[in-house]
Write a protein that binds this ligand. Sequence first.
Ligand SMILES: Nc1ncnc2c1ncn2[C@@H]1O[C@H](COP(=O)(O)OP(=O)(O)O)[C@@H](O)[C@H]1O
Ligand SMILES: [Mg+2]
Length: 384
Amino acid sequence: MMSEPFDILIVSEEDSITTQVLNAIDRDENNVTVIGSNDVSREINRQTRDFVIFIQANTDYVVEQVQYVKSIHSPTYIIFLATDSDIGLLRNIMRAGAEEFFILPDELSLFFSRFPTMQKNYKLRMETDKDNAVVFGRGRGQIHAFYSGKGGTGKTVISSTYAQTIKLESAAEVILIDLNVQFGGIETIMSLETNRSLIDLQPVINELNESHIRNVSQTEQHSKLEVLISPTDAGVAETIDGEFISRLLRACRRSFDFCIIDLPSFVNENTVTAIEEADKIYYVLQPDTPSLKVLKHFEEISERLGIDLKTSMQIILNNMSKEMELKEKDVKDLVRYPIAATVRRDYKKLQTFINKGDPIRKAQKEKLIPFSKDIRKFAKSVLS
Ligand SMILES: Nc1ncnc2c1ncn2[C@@H]1O[C@H](COP(=O)(O)OP(=O)(O)O)[C@@H](O)[C@H]1O
Ligand SMILES: [Mg+2]
């Protein structure tokens, strides 16, 4: 099915950049008009546009022009291609309502690679705006960390399926980060073949930007989720410290709407840093007494380390089944954190995916196994 073409307006006085942009945009799927900066108000009044791409030329008026475009038709998606990196100007452009900026020449190819996603986001936004759904934007990224003091409780399957679900069910930009340094896990569950890992960001960690991250992350082919896997070489893995984790997560937060972290069970400097940076900690708990003891122990350690879990931690009850020792109500009475989700035990179907290395979610519309249905319910509640 042919979808409707996008209406794109390019505002530019810079011929060579304009030519490059025109060459990169698919002209069958887009109606493109190029104008000079003096014609903005006339063109905007003449016709509503899906995208306006400003190629920086006249810095005197461009902030007002961005504001004007937004005042005429607020859903218009504004992209600013900056020819200098004056941070004050960029801030004003974003305040005026632009969705994205890219600094040329370095980020031009990043813009080209991201443009299809922006178009998808725009389309989804137009559709979801009707139901008053969340609108995502740059710089407001949330960090959601999945943790449990016990191994084998489902952190890896739950965090990765949650990340796929959020990506498939929303317009958000999502990155999944495996912090199981030395041991990994995500690459197996998603069948990613790569020799790149987050350790490759080490040389640029002090100036980390979105292109660095996207150069090292892998795009999962079905959901288009970005995945940063952890190094498995013990020697290099040791060089990762709290400072590295903190810089990595802050850079990811600037570039993605959701940064989802799969944490190991042991508490070290890296785990503590990730927990402190996170907006939400989802503690994966099995409904039995030994698991509750481990949770208690984790609370004690956190208290000693001065980590405040009260506002950020929620429980994911996993492996729920009739045979389990405790019911949801029992857990509610025993723990002081809210229960964000309950996930059924789904041994047969889930294991088939895992044994085959088959990603658990692949498309927005597909038949869901019980495990995926429960994760979907959880993800939807976060998105709404
Ligand atoms: N809800 C569930 N139903 C059935 N099997 C599950 C469920 N949650 C996790 N598992 C299984 O438990 C095992 C451990 O899960 P994993 O995510 O690797 O745990 P962790 O990362 O906490 O060590 C995996 O084989 C996974 O398939
Ligand atoms: Mg794991």
